[in-house]
Design a protein around this ligand. Structure first.
Ligand code: SF4
Ligand code: SF4
Length: 88
């Protein structure tokens, strides 16, 4: 199921707490998000709704399986930051 690009879903995303989420990525993404993210094609968070990350390159574990967005949309994959669409 396609994940809706909403701020509510971003709030549920666990990526920023994930060991794979690099400090470089934290600096690059910052805390600010526009009110409407539905038109964006890239965001450095909630990678299941967007494409893969430009600043995460190493798999140090994944929290997708514990994420409420993952459950809400009955997603099957993880590691969405490393591969667009995720991997099993
Ligand atoms: S997609 Fe998975 S591995 Fe990547 S930052 Fe998010 S929780 Fe971590
Ligand atoms: S399933 Fe993974 S990428 Fe998607 S919102 Fe949850 S933690 Fe973020």
């Amino acid at each position: 199921m396609r994940v809706d690009k909403t701020i509510d879903n971003v709030k549920g995303c666990l990526c920023r707490s994930c060991p794979s989420y690099s400090s470089h990525c934290k600096l690059k993404s910052g805390e600010y998000l526009p009110f409407d993210i539905s038109h964006l094609s890239h965001l450095e968070v909630m990678f299941c709704a967007f494409e893969k990350s430009n600043c995460i390159h190493e798999n140090r574990g994944c929290l997708c399986g514990k994420c409420p967005v993952h459950k809400k949309y009955a997603l099957n994959n993880e590691d969405y930051c490393l591969c667009t669409g995720g991997v099993l």
